[in-house]
Design a protein around this ligand. Structure first.
Ligand SMILES: [Ca+2]
Length: 277
């Protein structure tokens, strides 16, 4: 009996720890869906870029459009089409994105959710999918290039999350790389938690990310900067997230033409979850 209890306990820790608890042992909050106050959801069923989103980055080849080539819900999704340009290992890659200004007083905690489909190959280069930005301490607004930011991306064919100081240059940045390969040729539900308040802690929290409800682990964490440094950035705390960016943004080259679709994108002050309601 003692052995059986020990076995079950170990199984929970090894198999389900990431799904049922965070680093402090707290369970993730119950999802609230799109109806919760302050939550914004986009299903792209307008058939065009939704109101409030405006084109931002446009580098190298490809297109970013709302079309019917593949959808998670309904008929339409945001499609980063035939992205290509530059070479792996060299800075500069295809970037096609949209920006959105959040309503005032969004708050310092941003949960997000998006369904993402990628084909045909996993990029080696840093491929950003979503980021959210906020003014530095003591500021209440300001231009895009003055804002601290959190990012969800893939890198070396695996999921990645980052905390950045303002871009340019966007570093020294705190990088977390998962041991989970980017899922190809299937819709996946990505969720993220950007906690810029982080209770009484002196700095904003590290980003957290879930794939189809399972929290990702980050066996590889490091500081990236050019020139290199080993000193981590101070993750400045947030008062209000102010700007979102989505689409696909490669920071190094991409030699294989690659398509991404993003659908059922949502952000809110509470966990939204993967259900469409
Ligand atoms: Ca849709």
């Amino acid at each position: 009996m003692t052995i059986r209890i020990a076995t079950l306990s170990s199984l929970c820790v090894l198999t389900f720890a990431s799904a049922c608890t965070d680093d402090e042992g707290n369970p993730p909050p119950t999802p609230t869906g799109c109806k919760a106050p302050g939550t914004l959801c986009w299903d792209f069923e307008e058939g065009t870029v939704p109101a409030g989103w405006t084109p931002y980055r446009d580098e190298f080849s490809g297109q970013l459009l709302v079309d019917t080539s593949r959808a998670h819900s309904g008929q339409y999704a945001l499609h980063a089409k035939e992205m290509v340009g530059g070479k792996e290992g060299s800075q500069g890659g295809p970037k096609k994105t949209l920006r959105f200004n959040l309503p005032a007083n969004f708050g310092p905690v941003l949960w997000g959710r998006a369904y993402v489909y990628t084909t045909p190959e996993r990029p080696m280069s840093h491929a950003g999918l979503f980021n959210a930005r906020y003014p530095r301490p003591g500021q209440t607004g300001g231009a895009f290039d003055t804002l601290d930011w959190y990012e969800v991306a893939t890198y070396q064919q695996k999921y990645m999350s980052i905390w950045h100081p303002p871009e340019p240059p966007g570093f020294p940045e705190w990088v977390q790389v998962s041991d989970t390969p980017l899922v190809l040729n299937a819709w996946t539900c990505l969720e993220w938690h950007f906690d810029g308040a982080n209770g009484n802690e002196p700095e904003a929290a590290d980003p957290r990310v879930w794939l189809n409800g399972e929290e990702l682990a980050w066996p590889e964490k490091f500081v990236f900067s050019d020139p290199p440094t080993s000193t981590p950035p101070v993750k400045e705390k947030a008062s209000n997230f102010t700007v979102l960016e989505t689409g696909v943004f490669l920071y190094q080259g991409l030699s294989v033409p690659t398509d991404w679709w993003i659908d059922d994108l949502a952000v809110g002050p509470q966990r939204i979850g993967c259900a469409l309601d």
